[in-house]
Design a binder for this molecule. Sequence first.
Ligand code: MSP
Length: 519
Amino acid sequence: MSKNFYITTPIYYVNDVPHIGHAYTTVAADVIARYNALRGDNAYFLTGTDEHGQKIMRSAEAKGMTAQELADKTVVNFQELWKALGIRNDDFIRTTEKRHEKVVQTIFSRLLEQGDIYKGTYEGLYCVPCETYVPEAQVGEGQTCPDCGRKLEKMTEESYFFRLSKYAEPLLEYYEKNPQAILPRGRYNEIVSFLRGGLMDQSISRTTIRWGVPVPGDDRHVIYVWFDALINYLSALDYPEEGGKWQTFWSVVHHLVGKDIIRFHAVIWPAMLLALGLNPPERVFAHGWWTVEGEKMSKSRGNVVDPFEMVDLYGADAFRYFLLREVPFGADGDFSERALVQRVNSDLANDLGNLLNRTLQMIDRFCGGKIPSLDEVEPLDKEIRNVLEEIVNSLDGHMDLFAFDEALKDLWSLVRRGNKYIDETMPWKLGKEENLPRLNTVMHNLCQVLRTAAILVSPFMPETARKMEEQLGLSGIFEAGKTAFSWDTSIEGASIDKKDVLFPRRDLKEWEEEKAREA
Ligand code: MSP
């Protein structure tokens, strides 16, 4: 039975241009959505932008624009990037859209009415750039923010509070029963021990800020940007409308987030959901952060990786592949363009590209350009079939845990086995010796390996997979569902269509010289 599956990225602030960190989460979510669709699930994939709050307001003022103008201008960068990266999101939500603001107010009113939100006074040390009050215990030396190091401001204001304290116990219970609800394990432990310390009610409105959703019936107050932002995951599904998408998709809910925003997603958000009588997310996965050539990425260092540039230089698929293959999802990683070029050369050009190219060349030369039927079978053939069956299973297990690097390692063991099979069977000799029954089997098997590799690689590198299908002369291979991986799938007789190589090799020395000239 097909399963409904909801996958989201954080919604990105529009005061910045998209960088590698944004691309990372969105590519990962896209791969998950595509993989789930491939295995027959009904996947719904949401991304979008976070457009309210002080940070956006200040950025806009500095640029001499209104906040809405800034949002309208910069949102396009994100939308264009997702196109360039081959992202297939089902919806894109902006928090300034009416459909969202309306739901934020509905939820606020409902929680107020049931006593989960109340009015009080808040006094504390506030960090303006981070838009957050800093708890006493975390205030840095000289009253500075523990996150950004900037000076905190003392503030007293009337505020609405969300009764978060009430949810520490129910959340602990939920996480104890669902140890995979927060991944990786280290983050799970961190959140559980945080919950054990108890929770304080959260101030969720501001009288000092104008750029946001007004509190219904009390518009001196604007709803705090995080409370507003988290609700995007529901507003995009038309919550709480009868018959809205939320009734289909608010079941298996997976949120991908960076490690810095895990508490919002694994503490505040699930508490809000419990208050609304909805199930908490089945999984919040916190990925690590990218450094660049060993250094923290920042505008002031001028080392921000521009995903548009990477796509221009190396293609969307190579960049997508690199992001998910290079670093285990959940760990921090280091980006360097050199490492990207090396990966393209070794994994994409040498392993995958070569397997396709060698196979197609031999079909052209020895088989009249058509995929032959299975004929004379040897024990070696059984072994490659087994490898295929094993990796289809183990890859699935890794994908369940979002272990993309492991899934790709599995897939590459099949690709490498394919290349080794060519070396072992030496089809060029069989062609010359006119040992056609054996030659046919070998070429058939190689095409089965390539067909399977194309299907499994398709969530990661959709354009490459499509090219592989086309060059193999096949069609509809990605829609085959459960039977897709069967060796008995009929492919014989397909006319191959050999085109340019998938990934040209870059000479590393030349590449270095080029870079040195540009620098
Ligand atoms: N608007 C909030 C999220 C609200 S979700 C309801 C936000 N936006 S953000 O644009 O600042 O950050 C979005 C994501 O980018 C976060 O998940 C963050 O972890 C991620 N990254 C920012 N820099 C990063 C790296 N250097 N590496 C990897 N991811 C990084 O937070």
